[in-house]
Write a protein that binds this ligand. Sequence first.
Ligand SMILES: [Zn+2]
Length: 230
Amino acid sequence: MTKQLWIPDVIVKELPRGNDPDIVPVGAIFHVAVSEASSLYGDYLHRTDGVESTGYIRRDGTIEQYRPVTIRCDAQYDGNSFGWPTRHGFTSWETQGEAAGEWTSEQLAAIKRIIIWHHTEWAVPLRQAPAWNEAGFGYHALFERWNKSNHSCPGPDRIKQWHQLIVPELATLPLTVQHTGSTRVTEARAYLAQADRLLTAAIADGRTGAVKDARNAVRAALAAHPLPSR
Ligand SMILES: [Zn+2]
């Protein structure tokens, strides 16, 4: 199956790629734009320093995507791309808001949607990136190698949200995030299959009968509601 380059149901405003190389996306890094603009497209289009992001998340959760996830962005130093001969890199997502402040619940939902998509489409593991050059998800200031200018991006309150509201959910995100559009059924089935794998692993670790019951419930649901595969 050909991997998708654009997230479904987002506003596509493609920026010229300039001389940015191809990457294999290994995760996503989230920022704050320090801007209340509804779009960064015009700003990026007229900049001469080559800095740009994969996309932008408005306060209302609307996502704009500016380039395919397989083209390098230049917003996060060594997180932009690394590795040879196959160049890997993190996609880059700005969020509407000033330096101080929190992500809205709609922005948090959009962030989770972007994370899920990287997982289902590009097999990025559902975890915080364990190192600056290892697959996963994070925020700009998470690693010095991503943030050599030492910004606090995306700001202390959003970093707190990341650790309290996103990281703990990563393992169960596929079960909780609501999806829309044509991929929903396929994704739902993939998530159930993943839940089955997780629960099976938990049982193998010798955990309680409750886990076993949960697994049986998931299996029963899968058997009772067979869904077409893509
Ligand atoms: Zn940033």
